[in-house]
Ligand binder design. Structure first.
Ligand code: NDP
Ligand code: 8X3
Length: 252
């Protein structure tokens, strides 16, 4: 029987690249995101090209009711989730603390923190029942050092870091692995979302250096998932070669 991976936020960026990587390696996939058209196209593409099975689960991770209803109502043979990749997330704005928008703060906290908690809380009982599982949480270098104008995005990713540590302790008794992966700057739709569609501003983020690609990050995610059962990478920071930490980048 193929293993099952549940990835949140597969309609773009890391999640999309990760879905491709797991499909290439024979996993059946539960795909999630809010853009249902992209999910359906992705499902058909991965099924046709790699002969795997995909289950499209279009919900907003902020919607507690939808998260629990969808996950609890998964067909029985889709409940054997081996790996959960908590990837859905976003940054909104780069304004200084006093100028930043409260709505943006709410959206980041609701998505990056509460959404991750809801999906995990819904999936963990399936893993406990099978006494195995692997949760991979996507943090950020922003979790490790706050940067100017990063305020609540950095805080939300620090929360992912802390939640990962807490999960690892509490889920140890159930033989569930917990890995936190903290990527640095990667060119995806991330900056386009952060700057609300302003393409020029988004492009400038990656000027003067070679950023990570979504495929680079997916390789690392897949590597952590492919280690032997007794080996767990707990915490991993990955940046491009021209980045030292969340705010020091060599743009030459
Ligand atoms: P993208 O914007 O390319 O992808 C984000 C994904 O998250 C999309 O599939 C989007 O799908 C999904 N998503 C966003 N909000 C929700 C929601 N409320 N419910 C369900 N799905 C949602 O960005 P990345 O791939 O770059 O980002 C993925 C993760 O990696 C995020 O957590 C981000 O914070 C983190 N990260 C990104 C870095 C970067 O430089 N790119 C570096 C470090 C971490 P849809 O819109 O269809 O709902
Ligand atoms: C995304 C990378 O540098 O914009 O987490 O915070 S950064």
């Amino acid at each position: 029987m193929n293993k099952i991976v549940f990835i949140t936020g597969t309609t773009s960026g890391f999640g999309e690249a990760c879905a491709l990587q797991f499909a290439k390696n024979g996993y059946n996939l539960i795909l999630n995101g809010r853009r249902e058209d992209r999910l359906q196209n992705q499902k058909h593409y991965l099924e046709d090209k790699y002969g795997v099975k995909c289950f499209a689960a279009p919900f907003d991770v902020r919607d507690q009711k939808a998260v629990f209803e969808t996950i609890n109502n998964l067909p029985e043979d889709w409940k054997h989730v081996d790996i959960l990749v908590n990837n859905a997330g976003l940054a909104l704005g780069r304004d200084q603390f006093d100028k930043a928008s409260l709505d943006d703060w709410d959206t980041m906290i609701d998505t990056n923190v509460k959404g991750l908690l809801y999906v995990s809380k819904a999936i963990i009982p399936f893993m406990i029942k099978r006494k195995k599982g692997h949760i991979i949480n996507i943090g950020s270098t922003a979790a490790k050092e706050a940067y100017e104008g990063g305020n609540v995005y950095c805080a939300s990713k620090s929360a992912v870091d802390a939640i990962s540590k807490a999960m690892r302790i509490d889920l140890l008794q159930h033989f569930i692995k917990v890995t936190a992966i903290h990527p640095g700057a990667a060119e995806t739709e991330f900056s386009l979302v952060r700057f609300k569609g302003a393409e020029d501003t988004a492009k400038k983020v990656y000027e003067g250096f070679v950023p990570l690609s979504a495929a680079d990050v997916a390789d690392v995610i897949y590597y952590t998932a492919s280690l032997p059962a007794h080996v767990c990478i707990n915490d991993l920071v990955v940046t491009c070669t021209q980045q030292a930490n969340s705010f020091v980048i060599n743009r030459s």
